[in-house]
Design a protein around this ligand. Structure first.
Ligand code: MG
Length: 243
C-alpha cells in the first residue's frame, strides 16, 4: 500500500449516509393505513398490496418505460398492485394517493443524522468529498435535495445522468476528474458490495470501506472490501489506519 495520504472520499448515499430502507418501511406503514381505511380490507390484503408494490419497484426498469415520468410509472405500480389484489378499485385516485403519501413520507425521513452531518463537516477540513449515487435522475436528485446533501460535498454525481453507473470504472474516472485526484488518492465508502465495493475495486481506489449490510453478507463473499464497518461513523478509525 502506498505511503501517501488519502486526499478524497467518495460516498454512496442510500443506506450509507441516509437510512433509505428504514424510511421505506415507515412509508409503507403509512400507505397500509390509508389502504385499510380506503378499501375496508384486512391486514393481509394491505400487506400483499405493499409487497407487490415493492416487487415492482425492485424490478423497475425506468429506461424501458419510455414516455412516462417516474411519478407516473410508480403511480401505476400502486394501481396495478391494488388491482391484482382486490380487483377493480372503486376509488379511482387511490393509486395516486398511495404514491403521493409513500413518496412524501419517505422523502421527509431521508435526512442525514446530526452525527453524520458533523462527520462530513469534520472530514471536509482534510479531504475532498464526493457523493456518488446510482439510480434514476429525478428520484436521486429529490433525495439529494431532501437530505440537503449539496452543501456537504465538493461534488455530487448521479448515476442516472451518466453513460454508466457504479460499478463501471467510467463513472469513477469522472469522479476522480471532478475532484482533480488520482484513483490511488481516493477511498470509496458504501453499503453495496455489488456497486460500491466492486466499483471501487475495479477503479483501483486506495481502499474500499463497506458499511455492513446484513442482507448481502452471506451471498457475495467473493467481493472483498479492504475495510468493513458497522456504521459510517467509524470512518475516522479507518482513515487513521490508512494515513
Ligand atoms: Mg447504498
Amino acid at each position: 500500500m502506498e505511503k501517501s495520504g488519502v486526499k478524497a472520499i467518495i460516498f454512496d448515499l442510500d443506506n450509507t449516509l441516509i437510512d433509505t430502507s428504514g424510511a421505506g418501511v415507515t412509508a409503507l406503514q403509512k400507505v397500509s393505513e390509508l389502504l385499510k381505511s380506503s378499501l375496508n380490507v384486512d391486514d393481509p390484503a394491505t400487506k400483499t398490496i405493499c409487497n407487490r408494490f415493492k416487487q415492482k419497484l425492485y424490478k423497475e426498469d425506468f429506461k424501458a418505460a419510455v414516455g412516462k415520468t417516474i411519478d407516473e410509472t410508480r403511480t401505476s405500480h400502486w394501481d396495478a398492485s391494488i388491482q391484482e389484489t382486490v380487483g377493480n378499485c372503486p376509488l379511482e385516485s387511490l393509486g395516486s394517493d398511495c404514491y403521493k403519501l409513500w413518496k412524501s413520507s419517505r422523502l421527509q425521513l431521508l435526512t442525514m443524522s446530526p452525527e453524520v452531518q458533523n462527520l462530513l463537516k469534520d472530514l471536509r477540513k482534510s479531504y475532498k468529498l464526493l457523493l456518488l449515487t446510482n439510480g434514476e435522475t429525478q428520484t436521486q436528485r429529490e433525495k439529494v435535495e431532501a437530505a440537503n446533501c449539496e452543501e456537504f460535498f465538493d461534488a455530487v454525481v448521479v448515476g442516472g445522468e451518466q453513460e454508466e453507473q457504479k460499478p463501471s470504472p467510467s463513472i469513477f474516472r469522472l469522479c476522480f476528474e471532478m475532484l482533480g485526484v488520482e484513483n490511488r488518492d481516493c477511498i470509496m465508502v458504501g453499503d453495496s458490495l455489488d456497486t460500491d465495493i466492486q466499483g471501487g475495486l475495479k477503479a483501483q481506489v486506495r481502499a474500499t470501506v463497506w458499511v455492513k449490510n446484513d442482507n448481502e453478507w452471506a451471498s457475495k463473499t467473493q467481493i472483498k472490501p479492504h475495510y468493513t464497518v458497522a456504521d459510517v461513523l467509524e470512518l475516522p478509525r479507518v482513515l487513521a489506519e490508512l494515513n
